[in-house]
Write a protein that binds this ligand. Structure first.
Ligand SMILES: CC(C)(COP(=O)(O)OP(=O)(O)OC[C@H]1O[C@@H](n2cnc3c(N)ncnc32)[C@H](O)[C@@H]1OP(=O)(O)O)[C@@H](O)C(=O)NCCC(=O)NCCS
Length: 385
């Protein structure tokens, strides 16, 4: 096959949609023995980047057949080692090459062209996230393109139990914030956190953002302008990812299947035991993503837990198909991880983020960034889930 026929071009919604969705269905991501989730983009393959300030999707075409795809988005975030503390970053996601056309350099061509688009748009750093045992992806980015392993956040997943609402302690008060209050608090308390997005206002204003809630001990007051905060408090926002795309279990290890079946049977016949059961993941389902989780003060762990229970009840009562609640926390953020309810069976303890400086002058600062221990928290942008 003549390699010259490979064309890399921008995605065109009308003509490429069906082929891209078909390609996604044919590509399993990550090692074979793991749980594998299909992403159903419901007729809009570009939906995962559509809410970012700038985005691009490229396709690879070989003899009129669509054989590869990649997506990228650009935004400004807090990066401590950058001289101005703010940097333009390009996020790479959704790299897929059709199984029959792998190891022919198509994945590399797509990454190269996306990096060129980043460079043309003045991006300082490109970064991507992958499962740490996805050998093909890690070798491509780290060995071939010089990306550096950077952070290992944990993805925490908690199933929604449609038979159970959590009782929230009467000592805890939960209040929904106005959008302006939420922005004020985020900028005041989280803006120094790694990868904090400069356009947090755009995220909070987006129709997928269901709101921001704070929890604090009942009896204490929370300044209406967010200026005065109690001695202990916690905050989080919720993003309705299920409105963008659905997930469906493609393949699961036997242990997971047995567990799903037996836990549902137990729940059906012995409901009084109140054992948590796994929902049906084999049909497309939506999920809520909790972002901007923040805690302050000695009692804040309990407050984070109450907020998570509140979000669980909201998903159970208000959403037709939200079956899991997901969040992502910095790898070293063991405190937060401890307070956020999650199932180990469904969660991923170490997602791998890799980063690369695209400008010569950023290379030294990047060495510093990867050498320094990760700060306690990491802001995971819901637009990049
Ligand atoms: C990862 C993927 C996109 C690579 O596409 P590709 O077109 O085969 O990649 P390339 O041919 O450009 O390979 C470039 C380099 O990546 C590495 N690589 C690619 N596939 C590999 C594999 N299966 N095992 C080990 N290394 C691999 C090699 O270093 C390779 O260089 P080489 O062929 O000179 O040894 C493809 O395997 C895929 O679609 N996988 C499923 C989806 C996925 O996991 N995407 C990544 C999510 S971040």
């Amino acid at each position: 096959m003549g390699f010259e026929q490979l064309i890399i071009r921008s995605y065109e919604g009308q003509s490429d949609r069906t082929q891209v969705e078909d390609l996604e269905r044919r590509c399993e991501v990550g090692p074979g023995e793991r749980v594998f989730l299909f992403t159903d983009t419901m007729g809009d393959p570009i939906c995962r980047i559509r809410n970012s300030p700038m985005y691009k999707m490229l396709v690879a075409e070989l003899d009129k057949e669509l054989v590869g795809v990649i997506q990228g988005s650009i935004k400004v975030v807090r990066v401590h080692m950058h001289p101005k503390d703010l940097a333009r970053v390009g996020y790479i996601l959704g790299l897929r090459v059709a199984p029959l056309h792998r190891r022919k350099g198509i994945g590399s061509s797509l990454v190269r062209r996306l990096e060129e688009w980043f460079i043309a748009n003045d991006v300082d750093y490109a970064y991507m996230a992958t499962e740490k045992d996805n050998e093909a992806s890690v070798k491509l980015f780290v060995n071939k393109f010089g990306y550096i392993r950077f952070r290992t956040p944990a993805i925490l997943v908690n199933p929604v139990n449609i038979n159970r609402s959590f009782h929230i302690s009467s000592n805890v008060q939960i209040v929904k914030l106005k959008r302006e209050q939420a922005e004020f608090l985020y900028r005041k308390f989280m803006s120094s956190i790694e990868f904090f997005p400069h356009d947090i206002d755009n995220i909070l204003e987006n129709h997928l953002s269901l709101g921001t809630w704070v929890a604090f001990p009942r009896g204490e007051s929370f300044g209406s302008d967010g200026g005065q905060v109690p001695s202990s408090w916690a905050m989080l926002s919720v993003w309705n990812s299920g409105e963008l795309f659905k997930l469906r279990l493609g393949k699961a290890p036997l242990s997971c299947l047995i567990y799903t079946k037996s836990s549902r049977l137990i729940d059906k016949y012995f409901p009084c035991l109140k054992l948590p059961s796994l929902p049906d993941f084999f049909h497309p389902f939506g999920f809520y993503f909790m972002y901007g989780v923040h805690q302050e003060g000695p009692l804040s762990g309990k407050l984070v837990r109450s907020l998570c229970q509140f979000v669980h009840n909201m998903a159970k009562n208000k959403s037709k198909d939200c079956k899991v609640i997901v969040t992502e926390v910095g790898g070293k953020d063991t405190l937060l991880r401890h307070h956020i309810p999650h199932w180990k069976l469904l969660s991923c303890p170490e997602d791998l983020w890799c980063i690369k400086a695209l400008k010569r002058e950023e290379r030294n600062s990047l060495q510093e960034l990867t050498k320094t221990p990760p700060t306690r928290a990491l802001f995971v942008d819901p637009r990049e889930v």
